[in-house]
Design a protein around this ligand. Structure first.
Ligand code: ADP
Ligand code: MG
Length: 238
């Protein structure tokens, strides 16, 4: 569980500023969803928070600790990407347990935790399968399992469901919601799918060209969009 604070974050690629003076506080246990058109900076923001990308200016605090200079591995956050790259030569059990092995978690503790996580994601009957023997939804659940197993302070999701078909997306949306109610961890979720945003978020942040257009609860944004851009993005009747 953790509060994440972004203070004056900025990011440039080759002198082009893609994130502009960004301030935001994400409450402990909150489900925050970033939406916005392709190229507006959603993935860049997540990568900076996670520590995969360095930042040009600004600071990031997790539970009051300045983590700006900490590498990704020491920030205690878990990131799930859209193209869930599982290790093809490892079974589901090994995929989920790999990070625990790397972290030196004692073998019996690790294997119990892997089984618990697999059960919570309905993967326990698939533990000896290889990724190529799984459906898209099952693979995505393994990717989520790999994130959960380290008991991260927060989950960062970057369009995790966008490669799945509509029926599977609906099912996985429930899975993500359930994940949050089970673990209660802070969640930052990027999507360009309005339904996902409206159903998963405590608050939605609408981004446009590296800036915040509006922040609010799904109903606030729907009922009182700040401008036409937000209205069109959220699908309000305005
Ligand atoms: P989104 O995830 O919202 O689609 P991104 O965060 O991927 O947007 O990209 C934001 C902007 O930054 C885009 O204009 C993109 O072209 C640019 N960008 C992202 N990564 C790089 C990079 N490694 N080098 C140069 N430009 C990049
Ligand atoms: Mg992106």
């Amino acid at each position: 569980m953790s509060e994440i604070v972004l203070r004056g974050l900025r990011k440039s690629f080759d002198s082009v500023e893609v994130i502009k003076e960004f301030d935001l506080t994400i409450a402990d246990g909150e489900r925050l969803v970033f939406v916005g058109p392709s190229g507006c900076g959603k993935s860049t923001l997540l990568r900076m928070i996670c520590g995969i990308d360095d930042i040009s200016f600004g600071r990031i605090y997790i539970d009051g600790v300045d983590v700006t200079a900490l590498p990704a591995a020491r920030r205690g956050l878990a990131m799930v990407f859209q193209n869930y790259a599982l290790y093809p030569h490892m079974t589901v059990r090994q995929n989920i347990g790999f990070s625990l092995r790397v972290a030196g978690v004692e073998r019996t503790v690790a294997s119990e935790r892997v089984v618990e996580v697999a059960q919570s994601l309905h993967l326990d009957h698939l533990l000896e399968r290889y990724p190529r023997e799984l459906s898209g939804g099952q693979r995505q659940r393994v990717a989520i399992g790999r994130a959960i197993v380290r008991q991260p302070k927060a989950f960062l999701f970057d369009e995790p469901l966008s490669n799945l078909d509509a029926a599977l997306r609906a099912e996985m949306r429930l899975e993500v919601a359930r994940l949050h109610s089970t673990y209660g961890a802070t969640m930052i979720y990027v999507t360009h799918d309005q339904t996902e945003a409206m159903t998963l978020a405590d608050r939605i942040v609408v981004l446009n060209q590296g800036r915040i257009e509006q922040i609010g609860t799904p109903s606030e944004l729907y009922e009182q969009p700040a401008n036409r851009f937000v209205a069109e993005f959220i699908g309000s009747p305005r």
